[in-house]
Design a protein around this ligand. Structure first.
Ligand code: SF4
Length: 261
């Protein structure tokens, strides 16, 4: 079945490793939820809700409360049910989560942030293709510039390795230009576990190139679906791939060297 929509994260998957894309998007093989993913989901909800409050109320204590409320709301969902074996484990996870959230205030001053949208659900046609995704936050500065921010709760990589994460953000910048007719000035990766903020200035030339890249990627995915060809591509993120046990390439890479007689 040909592709109907493509999200920035699935586009990143295919670019990184076509086999990973197949496991995740075609076979839809489930991936175990980890404590890190649970923390990421809960922290995103808390940060989203922080900006429902008046600026003066956006304090660390309030953010911790919002995290607790968000976790209470979602902890009964099936994917989180078997995450912790004891209450102590869950409590320690909560304490570590608070430490991570405290970092937020060393990266941004929430009094100075003016979100236009949060958790923005986007579905945009780009020529013959359609891209859909959820953007964490878009702000408008007092001088009228648009800034796209993506929250990350995983460990911040060295800046030279942040390019794959910027790839998805440039797609969101392109979608915003398409939707609002305005080119975002900058995209930002906000790593709570650093803490650090990586910034990339955006130009129309970059977004035009991204548009072309997406059109080509869409065609490549369609060809892969038609021919059922999804070669594994070993990469630096294989160590975190949920499908290592199913992947022939990973088995080869990690097999001990044959003994020399
Ligand atoms: S282990 Fe690596 S090569 Fe194999 S599917 Fe996952 S990302 Fe691709």
């Amino acid at each position: 079945m040909p592709l109907e929509t493509l999200s920035p994260s699935r586009a990143s998957d295919f670019k990184l490793c076509p086999q990973l894309y197949k496991f995740r998007s075609i076979d839809k093989l489930p991936e175990p939820t980890t404590v890190h993913q649970a923390r990421g989901t809960t922290a995103h909800l808390a940060l989203q809700n922080l900006y429902d409050l008046e600026p003066a109320e956006r304090t660390p204590e309030k953010l911790y409360d919002l995290f607790r409320e968000a976790w209470t709301e979602i902890r009964g969902e099936e994917e989180f049910l078997d995450l912790f074996t004891t209450m102590e484990e869950e409590r320690d996870w909560g304490v570590d989560s608070m430490k991570l959230l405290a970092n937020y205030f060393s990266v941004e001053n929430p009094l100075e942030v003016h979100p236009l949208e949060r958790e923005m659900d986007m579905l945009e046609p780009l020529g013959d293709i359609t891209i859909r995704g959820i953007l964490d936050r878009i702000d408008e500065t007092p001088t009228g510039e648009l800034i796209i921010t993506d929250y990350k709760t995983g460990k911040a990589p060295p800046e030279r390795f942040a390019e794959p994460a910027f790839f998805a953000l440039k797609i969101y910048a392109l979608l915003i230009r398409e939707k609002l007719g305005r080119t975002p000035a900058e995209v930002r990766l906000l790593y709570l576990n650093g803490p650090t903020l990586y910034r990339l200035a955006i130009t129309d030339g970059q977004l035009d190139a991204m548009n072309q890249q997406l059109q080509a990627l869409w065609k490549a995915i369609d060809r892969a679906i038609e021919s059922q060809t999804f070669p594994p591509r070993v990469n630096k993120l294989c160590d975190w791939c949920s499908y290592q046990d199913l992947c022939p390439a990973f088995a080869e890479v990690t097999a001990p060297a044959a003994a020399v007689g």
